[in-house]
Design a binder for this molecule. Sequence first.
Ligand code: UT7
Length: 333
Amino acid sequence: MAKDKKYSAVITGVGMYVPDKILDNAFFEKIVDTNDEWIRTRTGIRERRLLENGATSDLAAKAAQDLLKNKNISADEIDVIIVATVTPDMFFPATACLVQEKIGAKNAWGFDLSAACSGFLFAFQTGCSLVESGSYKKVMVIGADKMSSITDYTDRNNCILFGDAAAAVLIEPTEETNLGLQDSLLRIDGSGKNSLYMSGGGSLNPPTHETVDKKMHYIFQDGKAVFKVAVKGMADISYDIMQKNKLTSDDIAYLVPHQANLRIIDATAERMGLSKEKVMINIDKYGNTTAATIPLCLVEYYRDGKIKKGDKLILAAFGAGYTWGASYLVWAI
Ligand code: UT7
């Protein structure tokens, strides 16, 4: 990343939306062979949210509206909308178009970005680049997933993990280049394609009765295989970005990790030498909301007054693809 840039891209506003309906671990005890203790100790999850009516664009639009209201700006000021999601309302049009219409952002262009659990990191890098170039002044990046729409509620391996949510950030330029996104290390590796996927409905396996009968429109995850690479992938890249930017654990205010499994998060924090208080956690309340986990943490901790201007944050994720990465961000509001 160019260090001599004229503009830095900073987060200047945040918003979030989680549906009201809560699915606690007791709910899953009733529908599959599982128990609260297993779920808590293996994953860290106690509850997750379910959107009963509506689609990903509804979650995303509500998060966007929360941001606009709190920032006290009008939707027509937004230049670009990027929606990170693996549960778009439809293949096309893009969810970004549906969000644009729902919030009335009449001067915006935008698109969806598919990078599963790393979606927010990839979309954030993309949005920041548009701002750093000087081309755009207000870019909204939204991580949104209605994971319940692709979850098989008879599969105990997976159904306990996921939840529905959306969260949004507004990115704007500043000449204070010591604030905002400082660096990113982002990676993809398609050899992970057989461990975490949804194989039905796309051009490889267009929908047929057979694809539906074989439950190919649900998430498949080889949990153990993904766990091993996720632990190493997220911990290594988080450590690497610290080294590259000469950051010690004392310099870092928070690790903002993708919330897939508390044990993966703990391993990453340990590798970085961070104490528990320096790790943002809300997996207990929302489970794995895919593209929404990282911005959801940012919004909650910011609104609780736990992040302040100048705080150095490391955002880190690992997900399907494989996709993974870490970003070094200095909080600006
Ligand atoms: O977000 C994108 C990337 N995804 C991830 O990072 C997720 C990575 N994987 C994981 O987080 C973990 O692998 C899981 C939480 C999915 C599973 O935890 P685990 O410790 O790897 O469990 P396991 O798959 O090795 O299963 C251990 C045992 C098995 O029984 P046996 O074979 O030892 O008799 C499972 O059948 O636990 C059983 N099991 C369950 N038991 C009760 C699996 N799911 C459940 C369940 N309740 N819900």
